[in-house]
Write a protein that binds this ligand. Structure first.
Ligand code: GDG
Length: 481
């Protein structure tokens, strides 16, 4: 039997236009999702649909399509207007769904126009899907920006398999219930045949929201999945914890350039130890809490002054959205105040880098760190935690991980789990990590690496694809699922 082709739909295309000395060029973006999905598109054949990230432009379309062909797949770029971008992306996606799904109700702006544009732009994505849809492809839509695409597809007569994966957490009923369009959004979601979430916590939350808000849906559960019968269709809800390309990271960590940069970082650190953090500039990542916990550590352990450093990278993100700039000011105020309190000639406690760094430098920092400090207040998964372990080919280093990151559900045996709101608790875990004997570090790191080697992103894609393949056009699955 010929394999079904795949259509991937995500907010952004895995390609972008860069200007090199005034000449526009299309480049493939790096990132785990792209690495994981490209082999599937190449093997089965398929199309990637997403926002081009530029203004509508025939030349851009040509460049993007040419570059996609070079990479072995096809693409359909979508162009959104400034007004659509403001209301759909900056508005509903990032000032309603993103904060709500991360329990930041105070950051939510429930503007009716946002919801209207969200559906309108999701319908634009659905139109692009219909332009390539022949009735037999598997459609796989990604993330919180596109929860309404299946509903728009159904309105356009699409009866095929449509799957969705949410990269963020799904909140508990008490939080979700604040959304003015709570039932409408769930009804949109129920137009998918398969809804994949990061963790069991998220599937449980979605199921309990459905129970309360869509009581006419009939729910049953097996040990692997939840099934919802709704309007004569069966929808599958299942957790698929996303991962990274473990082998690729482990191999890249061995590259001579990374080795060289690692040696150079360690040499510059002298005899001291290094704690490392890297995050997008986002209030969900808990950067101010982390800085305060590190300050608390230095205050309670004056002997560490001069002997430990925190290297914190903050990558600028979503700068047009209120709240993100204020966060930058808050972080910088804390860095200045902690550095002001503890700096000594020749030693600065926090090395703060506010920009993105090249991948080789990131890998070298992972390798040179004694401790990775990954303390989001809430996170769908958190790939940094997994990347840190994959690059530790020496089996050294300690991962201090927030219990509110999806990754904690899988990595709790090897990491030191913390509540990021408990500053003294995080300071205590840092002390434990900095003092952990090498043999204990190795024991923990080996456990984590063994797990990640197996639970890698290729397995994630294959498992997801297998479940979609078993979901029939009416959304039911074969009895073995
Ligand atoms: C969403 C969910 C979920 C970061 N700084 C640099 C850099 N990075 C790379 C990291 C990592 C990625 O960015 C960040 O991934 P996360 O998973 O930590 O976070 P989100 O961007 O919020 O992603 C999240 C994920 O989707 C996947 O489902 O895990 O919960 O929020 O890969 O390495 N890369 C380079 N330079 C940097 O400065 N080269």
């Amino acid at each position: 039997m010929k394999e079904r082709e795949v259509v991937i739909v995500s907010n952004r295309l895995p390609l972008s236009i860069k200007h090199d000395q005034g000449v526009a060029k299309a480049r493939r973006s790096s990132g785990g999702l792209v690495t994981a999905l490209l082999p599937i598109l190449r093997d089965k054949g398929g199309v990637w649909i997403g926002n081009a990230g530029t203004h509508e432009d025939e030349h851009a379309t040509e460049l993007l399509q040419q570059e996609a062909r070079n990479e072995g797949f096809a693409c359909v770029p979508i162009y959104v207007t400034e007004q659509e971008d403001r209301n759909f992306y900056e508005g509903f996606s990032n000032q309603v769904l993103w904060p709500l799904f991360h329990d930041f109700i105070g950051e939510c702006r429930f503007e009716p126009a946002y919801w209207e544009f969200y559906r309108k732009v999701n319908a634009k994505f659905a139109d692009a899907v219909m332009s390539v849809y022949r009735g037999d492809q598997t459609l796989w839509v990604h993330d919180y920006q596109l929860m309404h695409v299946a509903a728009a597809l159904r309105e356009r007569g699409c009866k095929g398999r449509v799957a969705f994966f949410l990269h963020t957490p799904f909140p508990s009923y008490d939080v979700f219930a604040k959304l003015p369009w709570r039932r409408d959004l769930l009804l949109s979601l129920l137009q998918y045949d398969l809804i994949g979430l990061q963790t069991e916590r998220d599937t449980r939350n979605l199921v309990s929201c459905l129970r309360r808000l869509v009581p006419e849906a009939v729910m049953t559960s097996t040990h692997t999945a939840h099934h919802v019968m709704f309007q004569g269709r069966r929808i599958v809800i299942q957790d698929f914890p996303i991962s990274i390309d473990f082998e690729e990271f482990a191999q890249a960590a061995r590259e001579p350039e990374v080795e060289e940069r690692t040696r150079s970082i360690i040499a510059r650190m002298g005899m001291g130890q290094m704690i490392f953090g890297v995050d997008r500039q986002d209030y969900t990542k808990g950067i101010p809490h982390r800085l305060r916990a590190y300050g608390a550590l230095l205050r309670r352990r004056p002997d560490l002054v001069g002997r430990v450093r925190l290297v914190q990278i903050v990558v600028p993100s979503r700068q047009n959205i209120p709240g993100y700039e204020a966060l930058k000011a808050r972080i910088e105020h804390l860095v200045a105040s902690i550095n002001g309190e503890f700096t000594q000639p020749g030693w600065v406690p926090i090395h703060y880098i506010h920009r993105s760094i090249p991948r080789e430098e990131l890998l070298a920092l992972y390798r040179a760190a004694n401790v990775a400090l990954v303390t989001p207040l809430k996170d769908g998964m958190n790939l940094v935690a997994k990347e840190f372990c994959a690059t530790r080919i020496d089996d050294h280093g300690v991962l201090v991980l927030s219990e509110f990151a999806g990754a904690a559900a899988e990595m709790y045996r090897g990491a030191l789990l913390v509540n990021p709101f408990d500053l003294e608790g995080v300071a205590g875990a840092l002390e434990q990590a900095l003092e952990m004997p090498l043999n204990q570090q190795q024991e923990r790191m080996r456990k984590l690496r063994r797990f990640l080697k197996h639970a890698n992103v290729h397995r994630w894609v294959n498992e997801f694809m297998q479940v979609i393949e078993h979901v029939n056009h009416h959304g039911s699955t074969r009895s073995n699922h």
